[in-house]
Design a protein around this ligand. Sequence first.
Ligand SMILES: O=C(O)CCC(=O)C(=O)O
Ligand SMILES: [Fe+2]
Length: 412
Amino acid sequence: MINASSTSCQPSKFAEAFGDDERERKIRKVKRAVRSELSTSKGDWYRNACAQSDICSTTGIEDRIPRVHWKDLTPEEFAERFERPRIPVVITGLADDWPAFRDWTPERLRQLYGEHKFKVGSDDEGYAVRMPFAWYLDYMFDPLHGGRDDSPLYIFDGTFADREGSKPLRKDYEVPEYFREDLFRLVGEKRRPPYRWLVLGPARSGSGLHIDPLATSAWNTLLAGRKRWALFPPGTPRCHVLPKEQGIEREAVSWFSKVYPRATRSDWPTARVVDLVQAPGETVFVPGGWWHAVLNLDATVAVTQNYVSTANFERVWKHTRKGRPKMSLKWLAALERERPDLAALAHDVEDRGEVECNTGSSSSSSSSSSSEGSSDSGGSTCTNKRSGEAVTSQIIKRVRADGDGIEKPNCR
Ligand SMILES: O=C(O)CCC(=O)C(=O)O
Ligand SMILES: [Fe+2]
């Protein structure tokens, strides 16, 4: 597992090869490419002193998301209790036998992938900015970089399973049975939208508030560290949860320190925030249309995939039709062959003229990246199905009251 104390800043092969000055120059170059608005010499990267704040404290967070062990949840039950009604849930135990759960430690990953370049963000032109993994680890555990930056660089790599140097990582985990239907598979590996990411970063890195692209649902399995999540149900107006105000940037730290406190006040005008602290080995199911922001409380390693199944097909179809019209035709042709029932549904949508005008791809992430992307009152983990169901039914009411799952402007 990653843990700052066991992962000292041992000099990497790169540091030895290039020397500290060279490494420092290269890290700064990457930082400038990813966030050109921040100077790397005037302290802009740590101007808000987030590393000295209590932003990563869990005091007062009430995690009421139900926990269910996979042995107590069949795929049919998952679809019925959580997927169709669009209720977030945490499934435990899925990663217990994954090599990733055992082997994705910084030192092991450094040995195997130290020279491979992973994506740590995008530049101003939208091109991926990549960094050799060994340098990234040096950055991440450097007290004057990842240990100090307000919103550190974050590996959010959507091509890890396709690139020669990192491909073997894909063999270290298994897509859980609940999420295997994966209807975008029919479009073909080359044409389908990005759908799987390796996600790794230090405390305070994370993903700003967003809805996942094309109304897809997601699962996210944490292999090390803790992630704090804040979720809002489908239909929550963007202007409340993502206000366009000076000083509110798209970073997770910025959202959690400036917007989140408003969402806990009694005069908050819209749906209540749903809190969650994800522990290692836990898999979060994020139904399509849910807003979510994620802050890493420690150094974390996770794998996440987005998917379309029979349960969310209609919504995803509407968004794909509008957002990816060419691809949607290829998809429809494949559906005619493989899933005529869903192709018929797609034609119905078309006949009713119900194509979505908001593609739902309001994703944003940490400084560095973009993914295209219950307990008792003490906040402890709930392993009890009954209390899970109580929370579930409250959330169902909210989802129904809030409409069809796509953010709607309602801010006058
Ligand atoms: O782990 C994270 O930073 C959040 C991932 C996420 O929300 C996404 O992949 O869409
Ligand atoms: Fe997401």
